[in-house]
Design a protein around this ligand. Structure first.
Ligand code: HSE
Length: 318
């Protein structure tokens, strides 16, 4: 049996618990052992939740239990999540994370600690929600040099722009709906102002160009000033406005940005609607490939987390 602990019982953390609890046989067939969520760490109370008996506020309860091999970090942010992730890796636990802010800001340090302690720090859920982009870049595309990246990397903003245009609703109402659906960040300014997209772009670019790309150096503009009038005028001219993230290397220099962009019908990202994300990679051997799917939300993001857990569990003897 593989025991794990989930740190943070919000949208993604509860989704991870749900997938593991609802699919025991399927997951056992994949990993040749049962996955057991032994603890959930959260400072909030969940008295009526079926997992209430395993929820603790004390991280020490978990760190003192040597049967726990995998920590799932879905707390978010760079505060306590950073401290707990470091502690988990230093205590030789594998860590699976959906925390893109942490990976974008402290990835190199955390990967290094993981390497030195011979454990994994996996982050598929950090980019593209349920889209399997990280593993594809790390493994399936290894024969290629990635020349450029272009994508819609934030589900909330794509959803807001679509809702405003299709249903003629205000920015504020579209945002409320995105929050209700569990798409937006705890502080949705990160979505709207483009910071969530740029962190994801930096994570993908670091992987593609094999060096740490600091998201703080990438010019970033959000969708906060886009009006329904802008969307309608764009449509009249045969285009849509999307929050587009791009990056490529020119010699030693990274050319990258996140900004609302007019794209026309012939563009591969034109039909990416709703909460979906898509990532277009231009590669030297395969040519252009596009990854598409739900970019946010409880089960899509938790699906990516559980995929990483299964990968680790497969390599560990029961
Ligand atoms: N708030 C993020 C988004 C969640 O809307 O894309 C998934 O990373």
């Amino acid at each position: 049996m593989m025991n794990l602990a989930i740190f943070g019982f919000g949208t993604v953390g509860s989704g991870v618990w749900e997938i593991i609890t609802n699919n025991p046989e399927h997951l056992k067939n994949k990993t040749a052992q049962s996955l057991n969520v032994k603890y959930i760490l959260d400072i909030r109370e969940f008295p009526d939740h079926p997992a209430a008996s395993i929820i603790t506020k004390k991280a020490d309860d978990i760190f003192n239990d040597t049967d726990v091999n995998i920590i799932v970090e879905t707390i978010g942010g760079t505060g306590i999540a950073y401290e707990l992730s470091k502690r988990a890796l230093l205590s030789k636990r594998h860590v699976v994370t959906s925390n893109k802010e942490l990976v974008a800001a402290h990835g190199p340090e955390l990967f290094d600690i993981a390497n030195r302690n011979k454990v994994c720090y996996l982050y598929e859920a950090c980019v593209g929600g349920g889209i399997p982009i990280i593993k594809s870049m790390k493994e399936s595309l290894e024969a290629n040099k990635i020349e450029s990246i272009e994508g819609i990397l934030n589900g909330t903003t794509n959803y807001i722009l679509g809702q405003m245009f299709s249903n003629k609703i205000s920015f504020a109402d579209a945002l409320k709906a995105a929050q209700k659906n569990g798409y937006a960040e705890a502080n949705p300014a990160a979505d709207i102002e483009g910071y969530d997209s740029v962190r994801k772009l930096a994570i993908l670019s670091s992987l593609a160009f094999n060096k740490f790309i600091d998201y703080r150096k990438i010019p970033t503009e959000g969708i906060q000033n886009i009006t329904l009038d802008n969307l309608e005028k764009a449509f009249e001219s045969g285009a849509k406005i999307k929050l587009i993230a791009t990056s490529k290397m020119q010699g030693d220099k990274l050319i990258a940005s996140v900004r609302p962009t007019l794209i026309n019908e012939s563009h591969p990202l034109y039909n990416v609607e709703d909460v979906n994300n898509a990532i277009v990679l231009n590669c030297n051997n395969v040519g252009q490939v596009m990854f598409y799917g739900p970019g946010a939300g409880k089960l899509p993001t938790a699906s990516a987390v559980v995929g990483d857990i299964v990968d680790i569990a497969k390599t560990m003897i029961a």
